[in-house]
Design a protein around this ligand. Structure first.
Ligand code: FEO
Ligand code: CA
Ligand code: CA
Ligand code: CA
Length: 609
């Protein structure tokens, strides 16, 4: 992978320091406009946000809680809603749609009167109903104005997707008996999505959003349901009696009433943001687990390849290869590419080789002898299938994304405190991994510098180990690619990689989730992936205390970088009534609010260079 342009190293911004305070930080010469905060109205007639007067109906037309993944999709000025085929020909970097996940709710920071003890327990049906409207996703038209990026209130594109939105299950598991509930005999109609962490975009104008920590939405002791297969399945996703008590108010979330409802969550969801009437689809082809996200490699005339991670300790990295081939411009054909194909789990061997192992019913151990009835079972119990195949248990795989410049794929492994001494493997070399690491997957090369992502073989290497490069304990010591000591400043190191994005030059931008345990804010670090400064990070953005940064997303021209600050002021004892701070409003009438920022260079140039 040595054929990337030399310009990939020109990250010339002035690095910011490690800090921990109640502000966000960007380098000199940059500014960060606030675009959207929890509660901001999406409709023209909705008034200012008064959190103490919030109702579920109000929340359904306002920006949701805990913004995570962000996708920017350009708008074509001559096209309207429902005309995605025209919009996808546009590279408009000043007018588009922002598609933003709302991962989860935190009632103690959303409602007055919650105590730490009651933080996980709903106290009224109305609170639970508000929370169900505050999670999910927002689609909102945005435009760049002389005063910065602004949402277009009342736009026909603006839409909230929540835990009550009608959706369709598609692919090999759809309609299986394990997806049937009292409310849905078809096993194909689901209401809503939850735990929406990261995601991806397709070249046919749709957005993919992940269902990650869905188990927390379900209440009940799995041992109290008769079916042993489902009891084991529900335990694996953390469903327990003392989870959120949504089931007390909405029986769908009580597994003793609806034991199959959790099987309808834990999928990737695809929807068309250009068509506000479209029905989102849960893609069973991409398996069921705690999805961080899935990102695509799309090459004309070849199958679509998609990569994703299961963000839990000792879980796996996955790859999907579509049955059909990608034909640019043929949307009717392309729109079904993710509904048929093969899912694989990754095995990372000693010596830097690896193999993708197919999750196909009837092959190898995936048979009735091991309790799989059909392909639906393989997909619903994906973790169990991948483990039987001998996939490598990883240190919590978060984003897995391909650098469009060097065509290599990068795996963010956030941490794994549960990896005991003796459980290390070549790709996860640290016992009790507190700082996380990043792997580089190099698919075999083919002509023109393009790599064969559909090959079942690959090579891999450790791109970096998170942590302080000067840590006394060698097990905690960070290592940044092949950079010589001193190639990064004392603010260049970071921990707990989570989301990742690439700029036009192929520089990698890593968003973190966990640096506060190491004494400084979460934020963004940018680095080259090639050349002398490969894996030498520079610190670009810092969060207000308690916050995590998600969803870095560039506009096509690279001149705007959108970021999501999730759960600001989320620290022990911080509550709605007595928060640690009130970022970003600093208004005594408003709690801290998760918010999306648009970062730009004051001279209008590309961000980073
Ligand atoms: Fe929701 Fe994997 O971070
Ligand atoms: Ca998160
Ligand atoms: Ca994440
Ligand atoms: Ca995370």
């Amino acid at each position: 992978s040595k054929d990337a342009p030399d310009s990939a190293n020109n990250l010339s911004f002035d690095e910011i320091p490690h800090r921990l305070d109640f502000q966000h930080h960007v380098p000199e010469g940059y500014s960060a406009d606030r675009v959207l905060s929890w509660g901001d109205p999406l409709e023209a007639f909705a008034g200012a946000f008064v959190p103490t007067k919030l109702t579920a109906a109000e929340q359904a037309r306002r920006f949701g809680y805990n913004n995570d993944f962000i996708a920017y999709l350009p708008l074509h000025d001559e096209a309207g809603p429902g005309q995605g085929d025209m919009h996808i020909t546009s590279d408009n970097s000043e007018h588009g749609l922002l598609c933003v996940n709302h991962e989860y709710t935190q009632p103690h920071l959303m409602f007055s009167g919650y105590t730490e003890d009651s933080a996980n327990r709903g106290t009224s049906a109305e609170h639970v109903a508000i929370e169900q409207q505050a999670c999910g996703h927002t689609i909102v038209e945005v435009e760049k104005t002389p005063d910065g990026w602004r949402p277009v209130q009342g736009s026909a594109y603006n839409r909230r997707i929540s835990l009550t939105t009608e959706m369709e299950l598609v692919g090999p598991a759809a309609g299986d008996t394990r997806l049937v509930t009292n409310a849905d005999a078809s096993g194909r109609k689901v209401h809503g999505t939850v735990g929406n962490c990261a995601g991806g975009k397709t070249p046919w104008g749709t957005v993919l959003i992940a269902e990650e920590g869905f188990g927390g939405a379900f209440q009940g002791d799995p041992d109290n349901i008769a079916d042993e297969v489902e009891a084991r399945n529900h335990h694996a996703f953390g469903i327990a009696e003392d989870n959120r008590n949504w089931g007390d108010y909405d029986r769908r979330f009580d597994i003793t009433h609806e034991p199959n409802e959790p099987n309808r969550f834990g999928w990737m969801v695809e929807f068309d943001p250009y068509d506000p009437e479209s029905i989102p689809r849960k893609l069973t082809t991409l398996g069921r687990f705690e999805h961080e996200g899935f990102t695509l490699v799309s090459k004309p005339g070849q199958p679509i390849v998609a990569y994703g991670g299961d963000d839990d300790e000792h879980q796996f990295v996955y790859r999907f290869v579509s049955k059909g081939i990608y034909r640019p411009g043929e949307s009717a054909h392309n729109r079904d590419l993710l509904t048929e194909g093969t899912l694989f789990a990754g095995r990372f061997d000693e010596g830097g080789n690896g193999e993708w192992l197919p999750l196909t019913f009837g092959e190898g151990p995936l048979t009735e002898l091991n309790g799989f009835r059909n392909q639906a079972d393989v997909l619903i119990d994906c973790r169990r299938a991948a483990k039987l195949l001998g996939a490598t248990p990883m240190d919590r795989p978060e984003d897995v994304e391909t650098n469009p410049v060097n065509d290599c794929t990068y795996v963010m492994l956030t941490k794994n405190k549960k990896r005991e001494a003796g459980e290390e493997n070549a790709a996860n070399p640290r016992a009790r991994n507190t700082a996380g690491h990043v792997l580089e997957i190099v698919p075999p090369g083919i002509q023109g510098g393009q790599r064969d992502h559909a090959s079942n073989r690959f090579s891999w290497n450790t791109f970096l180990l998170g942590g302080n490069p000067n840590a006394e304990d060698p097990r905690e010591r960070g290592a940044y690619g092949q950079t010589s000591p001193g190639a990064i400043s004392r603010h260049g190191w970071f921990t707990n990689p989570d989301n990742v994005a690439f700029d036009q030059l192929g520089n990698m931008w890593i968003a973190t989730d966990g640096c506060e345990s190491f004494g400084f804010h979460d934020g963004l670090w940018a680095m080259a992936t090639e050349g002398e400064l490969r894996a030498a990070p520079k610190h670009f953005f810092g969060c207000p205390e308690g916050g995590e940064i998600c969803g870095p997303e560039f506009t096509p021209d690279g001149k705007t970088l959108f970021v999501a600050v999730q759960h600001p002021a989320d620290t022990d004892r911080s509550t709605f009534d007595e928060p640690l701070h009130r970022w970003p409003d600093n208004d005594p009438d408003l709690p801290p609010r998760p918010s999306v920022l648009a970062i730009r260079r004051d001279d209008g140039g590309p961000v980073g260079s």
